[in-house]
Design a protein around this ligand. Structure first.
Ligand code: AMP
Ligand code: MG
Length: 189
């Protein structure tokens, strides 16, 4: 029998990218892991994880990527490569097990799998994933899909921090969890 779920691991990843095709989708690599550990009972944030990651395929960030994410070249240059950061992240997450990975849409889960495959690493973050974007629409009784910023507006919550920074996006997504799980309206917290 599996142990009762204790936490949602809300993650938001930033990755190498370009608006002119210099970084094809299948060559994108994680450059920031932002995560908030949320307890399933009260949906309170109990801990956070943030780390930059040094990409290997396209080590120089494009102007587009730097402008979108505000992540600087020096920040990824000084960071550890994916295998080290993933090991550290997975070890941190394990202290809150059993947890379920959760993110806005399916992008982050797929990007984790892509980076694990590239580095020939087993995927360490569990079999389950909650698509908070889909849950949010379901809770609202609509087929319409919302971007994170639109969902915050819809929930009457201000967007805090810098959009497209992993840790700030993860914090904002965690604030949408009560509404997405039908336990809203979201509080102002
Ligand atoms: P987000 O969580 O919305 O900040 O997006 C995660 C990652 O998706 C970003 O770090 C980019 O790699 C990619 N991305 C987001 N928006 C765009 C966009 N408009 N064009 C290209 N890539 C994007
Ligand atoms: Mg983001």
């Amino acid at each position: 029998m599996s142990e009762a779920l204790r936490h949602y691991l809300v993650v938001d990843l930033e990755a190498t990218c370009d608006d002119r095709g210099a970084v094809p989708r299948e060559e994108m690599e994680i450059i920031e892991i932002g995560a908030v550990m949320v307890d399933v009972e009260g949906l309170d944030a109990v801990d956070e994880f943030q780390a930059f990651v040094r990409p290997s395929r396209h080590p120089t960030l494009t102007d587009f990527c730097r402008e979108l994410t505000t992540i600087q070249q020096a920040e990824v240059d000084a960071a550890d490569p994916f295998p080290e950061v993933l090991a550290c992240f997975a070890a941190w997450a394990e202290t809150y097990a059993p947890y379920r990975l959760a993110s806005w849409g399916d992008y982050d889960r797929k990007q984790f799998h892509q980076d694990c495959a590239h580095h020939r690493l087993p995927y360490p973050l569990g079999k389950e994933h909650m698509n908070i974007k889909a849950e949010f629409s379901r809770a609202l009784g609509t087929k319409k899909r919302f971007g994170m910023a639109a969902a915050l507006r819809r929930a009457g919550l201000p967007l805090r921090g810098t959009h497209h920074r992993g840790i700030d996006d993860a914090r904002n997504i965690a604030r949408l969890l009560p509404l997405a799980l039908g336990r809203g309206p979201a509080t102002g917290s």
